[in-house]
Design a protein around this ligand. Structure first.
Ligand code: ZN
Length: 107
């Protein structure tokens, strides 16, 4: 079972209380971008077996969007943080590096 703590209301929510928003920290492209950049933004998504950064919505709670860092293979959660944050917090990066020394980063 996947449990994610909502960074807004502090509730440890089960996956059934949440809605997935898929990959976090996407670089958005719009008018003025190349066709390849826009196509990659629209369709290309990471699907790692391991550390992944995702968007989640606390649908049956406060209703707010937040971001989570977790392992897709083990469901280990490294942390959650508000969706308005542009980069993962340093403490979450350090926690991932401590637990996964071979991790290459999120970009
Ligand atoms: Zn919440």
């Amino acid at each position: 079972m996947l449990l994610l703590e909502c960074p807004y209301c502090g509730v440890k929510a089960e996956e059934t209380e949440l809605s997935p928003g898929y990959e976090a920290h996407l670089k958005r492209y719009g008018p003025g971008s190349t066709d390849e950049e826009f196509e990659a933004y629209m369709f290309a998504r990471k699907n790692p077996k391991g550390v992944h950064f995702e968007r989640w919505r606390h649908t049956y709670g406060c209703g707010k969007w937040f971001l989570a860092a977790r392992c897709t293979a083990t469901l280990e959660v490294f942390g959650t943080y508000p969706a308005q944050v542009g980069e993962p917090p340093a403490e979450i990066i350090e926690k991932i590096k401590a637990r996964r020394p071979d991790w290459k980063g999120y970009k």
